[in-house]
Write a protein that binds this ligand. Structure first.
Ligand code: B12
Ligand code: SF4
Length: 571
């Protein structure tokens, strides 16, 4: 069955299996690996929307296939795939290398097919992208479902796409045409109606679960995400999806929200095929407390067995936390104060006191929260190496204050590899004390090939050089790991493995620096490949700590199939 569109997700670096690259702690706190093999959730809403318009859409996560199988040849697979249109995401800038390489392979294998690229980074760098002849179209914006449908209609009916909103394209004379960036919907009721149902249908149709897997290890830990909005109400200085970035680069003046009913419908759909945790993304209070309470009460009424992960952008009242626990018993809560120091926190765009934070932590634990994840970051305005070490002392204080409560999980990681384009920090570096080292898409593409993550960092700050960011990160992660051992938050063997991994990575970072300082380094570097790969592949104890226990039966494919066959997945 030939699909009308195939959506491909590239790895961060196309030939990552051949390169010697020490990735560093760039993805320690998210489920995917440094290959960033997770595809945008928007793939599922595009697929659902186009399917309901009569097009057949298939998703192929090339990155996860390459990671799971050393012998998997992406080019052979692409050659075998047949479709008149291929879509490639360049949503996260970390795919700057992989996305363009994959576009080249697609065009080489299927010169007659059209190549469409989209996502945040594609929307930001659309001009540079269209300098690549293998890319025919860039669809800009955070909501491309309807423009994509219009583009598909044009391609299938051989019409020029001059009326397709948000599209940038090359006309028959090779001139770049920039259509108005006018499609920024403020109503989400037409999208993400039944996207999980649509995915299950496609998995069955193409008999290819492997290519739909969102990240390596997902079948063992099938966490799913439920989105509540497009855009954001906050202005975190380092974020390329902030209110300011959305306004200036994605033409979204205000965040829009899904109705509580459709969020709950998503949750009910997930329950049919998975026992895994459900992460409801975004602070539910963004559109106001009424929305948050309505959604939570509806979840209370429509109980599911899955465990929930909920997010707070700022401290919350005891009553609100209590409601969370009534609606989502055993919920896991996440909050990111970024620094112990309110001045650094303020400089990063978050305006609350440490007292308010601690009160929330205390109330959340009292409310019966099963795990409380608190995230700190390195690479912020006004943050010195000493300030980072003080954050670790603050972690010691928190563990002590909450008497080593095992539910309290503290994490720290560097902002890496990139400060997001479009973020306030990237766009107004002097104001926030950043030095931007790479600006163009091509510079970022090259940076991703650097032998060590220090050289791919696209920024330094007025307070920390890249070297200091690297050294401070390893030292802070090491010290926090030791604290977790001291308070018995994690088992001893896990702490020891963590220590070993961090020490080995830190030492390797210095060895690579040393080799690079000697000039002609390619040969010497290639001898390190096995060792570097070993460090990259070493299990990350932070990832394990972030996992919630899942029962023995994790996925319920037959139930999903039955629900689909009987139409229940569409309710
Ligand atoms: C949820 C989220 C995540 C989830 C991922 C969920 C997922 N699978 O999509 C998690 C927590 C795992 C995550 C991880 C990361 N994230 Co994130 N994430 C977000 C967040 C908060 C919301 C995204 C969202 O709601 N999307 C809505 C859905 C429906 O739309 P969508 O997926 O974006 O897709 C639409 C469009 O983008 C576009 N589109 C997307 N792909 C394609 C492809 C084609 C061909 C076309 C035409 C269109 C198109 O059309 C889609 C439908 O309309 C944003 C911030 C924000 N406010 O947006 C950051 C954000 C996108 N993430 C960001 C970053 C940096 C990362 C990481 C690299 C961080 C890191 N170092 O670990 C990783 C990358 C993980 C990976 N790929 O493996 C940056 C991206 C900046 C940039 N330009 O690079 C953002 C903007 C802000 C931030 N710093 O968190 N993230
Ligand atoms: S990091 Fe801040 S600005 Fe970005 S999506 Fe999260 S809350 Fe919004």
């Amino acid at each position: 069955m030939v699909p009308d569109l195939i959506l491909l997700h590239p790895p961060s670096v196309y030939d990552f299996r051949r390169k010697t690259i020490l990735y560093g702690p760039v993805s320690d706190l998210i489920p995917p690996s440094p290959t960033f093999e997770m595809y945008p959730i928007g793939f599922t809403s595009i697929a659902e929307y186009l399917e309901s318009a009569g097009y057949r859409v298939r998703i192929v996560n090339l990155a996860v296939r390459m990671l799971n199988d050393k012998r998997f040849d992406a080019e052979v697979m692409i050659r075998r795939l047949k479709s008149p249109v291929f879509g490639i995401d360049l949503h996260w800038l970390v795919h700057a290398h992989g996305a363009i390489e994959i576009a080249e392979v697609v065009k080489r294998c299927h010169p007659e097919a059209k190549v469409v690229v989209g996502g945040f980074s594609a929307s930001y760098y659309y001009q540079e992208l269209l300098e690549h002849p293998e890319i025919d179209y860039v669809l800009r914006g955070d909501s491309t479902e309807e423009p994509f449908r219009q583009l598909m209609d044009c391609i299938m009916n051989k019409r020029q796409p001059e009326a397709v909103p948000n599209l940038v394209w090359r006309d028959s004379q090779g001139r770049i045409q920039e259509n108005p960036f006018s499609h920024v919907p403020d109503d989400l009721s037409q999208v993400m109606v039944n996207h999980y149902g649509s995915i299950i249908r496609s998995v069955i149709r193409y008999r290819d679960l492997a290519s739909y897997t969102p990240f390596k290890g997902w079948l063992h830990y099938p966490i799913t995400a439920v989105l509540t909005c497009r855009g954001c109400t906050q202005n975190c200085v380092v974020c390329g999806g902030s209110a300011s970035a959305s306004r200036h680069f994605y033409h979204r003046d205000k965040a829009v929200f899904r109705s509580p009913k459709s969020v709950v419908q998503d949750v009910k759909q997930i329950e049919r095929f998975s026992n895994g945790p459900i992460f409801i993304l975004g602070d539910l209070r963004q559109p106001g407390e009424n929305y948050a309470y309505e959604l939570l009460r509806s979840l209370q009424k429509n109980r599911v067995k899955n465990q929930f992960i909920l997010e707070l952008f700022s401290p919350a009242s005891a009553d609100f936390l209590h409601q969370m626990s009534l609606s989502c018993p055993n919920f896991c809560l996440e909050i990111s104060p970024e620094s112990h120091d309110p001045e650094v926190r303020r400089a990063a765009g978050k305006y609350y006191s440490s007292e308010a934070l601690e009160q929330t932590l205390s109330d959340a634990l009292d409310a019966g929260c099963r795990r409380l994840d608190v995230f700190f970051m390195i690479g912020l305005p006004k943050q010195t190496p000493q300030s980072v070490m003080d954050t670790i002392d603050y972690c010691d204080f928190l563990f002590d204050r909450f008497k080593g409560d095992k539910r309290l999980s503290l994490f720290i990681a560097p902002l890496s590899p990139f400060l997001d384009p479009g973020s306030l920090g990237f766009e107004q570096p002097e104001r926030y004390g950043y030095h931007i080292l790479f600006r163009t898409l091509n510079e970022h593409r090259q940076a991703l090939l650097s032998p060590s993550w220090k050289y791919s960092l696209n920024y330094e700050t007025q307070w920390m050089t890249r070297q200091q960011i690297v050294d401070t990160s390893y030292e802070a992660i090491l010290r926090l790991n030791r604290l977790k051992a001291k308070y018995e938050i994690i088992p001893k063997p896990m702490a020891e493995a963590g220590e070993q991994r961090i020490q080995a990575a830190w030492e390797m970072a210095h060895r690579i620096d040393d080799i690079l300082s000697r000039g002609d380094y390619q040969e010497e570097l290639s001898h390190l490949k096995a060792e570097v790969d070993g460090i990259n592949m070493f299990p990350v104890s932070e990832k394990t700590q972030l996992e919630l226990p899942v029962g023995l039966i994790k996925l319920r494919p037959w139930r999903a199939l039955w629900s689909w066959a009987t139409g229940k997945l569409d309710t």
